[in-house]
Design a protein around this ligand. Structure first.
Ligand code: NAP
Length: 309
């Protein structure tokens, strides 16, 4: 029943990393040290612990030095800001990442406040106001990792962006909005959808490239999709309910065996039935996730190289 090509995010992520190796070696020769990434992890969020562990591992594997600073769940915005400032001053640190989300107790505005303290030249996620502005003006050097990775995957898969109608579901600061900017700069015609969009299926079914960044398992069903189009699934939701997994993937799905073994499976926004309509789809896991990490590494190296010049 599946006819869509599967876009290999894992393979693309590995290819991006391999291209970084000689650049890191050249940086070491020129600077006498390895590129350095400072990571700040505040609180006990389970997902964040796993993401940070994966990021640290990926950096170490490439020879990027990580300075991981941990703060407790009850830490204050002032404490986080103070750590960011010390990383800003540290000459051996080229890039800084503050893991999102910050503890809820810090308040709704804490992330924006903290992101804006990061030196824009070291802002590896491109979340500070200066870098958001630079992205809007198409002068960006450090653009957010997930949307940058999606552009890389489309390019490597030879999917034409220029002139395509790109529809993005989700308008977050970390995925939806920067994705729209990057697609616009590549001359796509861009539509952004969100929770108040009327008749979502009607809007998305016009997309040549449909990107879903919602976090709602199985939201994108076949009627959302234009035949032959490209569908990029950013959603990653940890699902523990067997009935929900079997409703999406069917009673015979191997995912149920994984769920029984591990207690949870990661599910994307795109329903598996979409593969019978789309021309190309990204899997979850193994699609956008590995690209996000590869682009974090790439931005770290870019920040290090820029500081040398
Ligand atoms: P977010 O901040 O929670 O934003 C979700 C967006 O989806 C919001 O704009 C929301 O609209 C919209 N939305 C919610 N329900 C909707 C519906 N029924 N129809 C249409 N739009 C709807 O999410 P995020 O941080 O961008 O993350 C989105 C997903 O991507 C999550 O599953 C996250 O785990 C995943 N993610 C994956 C990676 C990766 O590397 N693979 C990286 C980042 C994020 P409103 O604005 O109107 O509320």
């Amino acid at each position: 029943m599946s006819s869509a090509k599967t876009l290999d995010g894992k393979g693309a992520g590995e290819a991006i990393r391999e291209l970084l190796r000689p650049r890191i070696a050249a940086f070491r020769v020129a600077s006498g040290r390895s590129p350095g990434l400072g990571i700040l992890l505040a609180g006990n969020d389970g997902g964040s612990q796993i993401y940070v562990r994966n990021k640290v591992h990926a950096c170490e594997e490439l020879g990027i030095v990580v300075d991981l600073r941990r703060l407790s769940e009850d830490s204050t915005v002032e404490q986080v800001t103070s750590v960011v400032n010390s990383l800003n001053r540290d000459e051996s640190i080229d890039a800084i990442l503050v893991q999102s989300p910050l503890p809820a107790g810090m308040g709704a505005e804490a992330e924006k406040e903290v992101f804006n303290v990061i030196d824009p030249g070291k802002d590896v996620d491109g979340f500070c106001a200066v870098n958001v502005g630079r992205l809007a003006q198409n002068r960006s050097t450090l653009a957010p990792a997930t949307p940058s990775g999606i552009i890389e995957l489309l390019d490597r898969s030879k999917i034409q962006i220029q002139g395509a109608h790109a529809v993005i579901i989700g308008r977050s600061d970390i995925v939806g909005k920067p994705m729209a900017m990057l697609m616009l700069h590549r001359h796509a015609t861009v539509t952004i959808c969100h929770s108040r969009t009327q008749d979502l299926a009607m809007v998305t079914s016009r997309a040549d490239i449909l990107i879903s960044a919602v976090g709602h398992p199985g939201l994108v069903i076949p009627k959302f999709v234009k035949p032959g189009s490209t569908v990029i699934d950013v959603g990653t939701t940890r699902v523990t309910d067997r009935r929900q997994v079997s409703a999406i993937f069917g009673e015979e799905s191997p995912r149920l065996e994984v769920l029984d073994r591990r207690g949870a499976v990661v599910v994307g926004d795109v329903h598996p039935g979409v593969a019978s309509v789309a021309g190309a789809v990204t899997p979850v896991p193994g699609g956008v996730g590995p690209l996000t990490i590869a682009m974090l590494l790439s931005n770290t190296v870019k920040a290090a190289e820029t500081r040398l010049t």
